[in-house]
Write a protein that binds this ligand. Sequence first.
Ligand SMILES: O=C(CO)[C@H](O)[C@H](O)COP(=O)(O)O
Length: 234
Amino acid sequence: MDAKSLKIKAAAEALTYVKDGMRLGIGTGSTAEEFVRLLADKVASGMNVIGVPTSERTAALCRELGVKLSTLEETPQLDLTIDGADEVDPDLTLIKGGGGALLREKIVAAASSEMIVIADESKLVNMLGAFPLPIEVNRFGLAATKFAIEQAAGKLGLAGPVTLRMTGDEAFVTDGGHLILDASFGRIPDTRALSNALHAIPGVVEHGLFLGLARVAILAGADGVRTLRSRASV
Ligand SMILES: O=C(CO)[C@H](O)[C@H](O)COP(=O)(O)O
């Protein structure tokens, strides 16, 4: 089965968790976009939901397909967020931000009672870190922030290239106007320690490690769709 079909299968399973009247956080990326398309079909046939998008890209797709949008200002508490991921470990700790939307994605997920991750099963790993960790940083002091990240990682026994994300010849700029450093540290045995260390650096706006946010992961593979639940899930 091709990758797009797997994404659609995971998205379709996630849609079964969506109930009429829900306030939804809507993720970013190719898998989240498949979810938006299926959600829009439900909306067209009468389902009433309101969505808070995690990026301008997702907002544009929702508008195009007729999914009603809100903001966290108007709707500060959400029932459910559905989003993709770059890596998922068995505890449902995630690496996100491959699409550059990690800050809004984390804010939206944290404002939701539940977060469901949707992905093809290639995203499931025993230990996070093969996918470079996206770190959103302020433009001011970029070199100093990069140095501080490398130093903090080194203290945890982590090393590897930390590179500025580019779009062609220009630095990639997030919806919030920040930059992204992609940190290729390799395997990250202690995600909590790295998260704390990164949060202690003033120029770091947010990082792509999502700890304790996802309760359910829906993973589609050639043999079908698997649902993993975190120990904290009900
Ligand atoms: O974190 C993300 C965007 O910031 C995406 O959820 C992640 O990159 C997965 O994307 P895709 O579904 O296209 O593989």
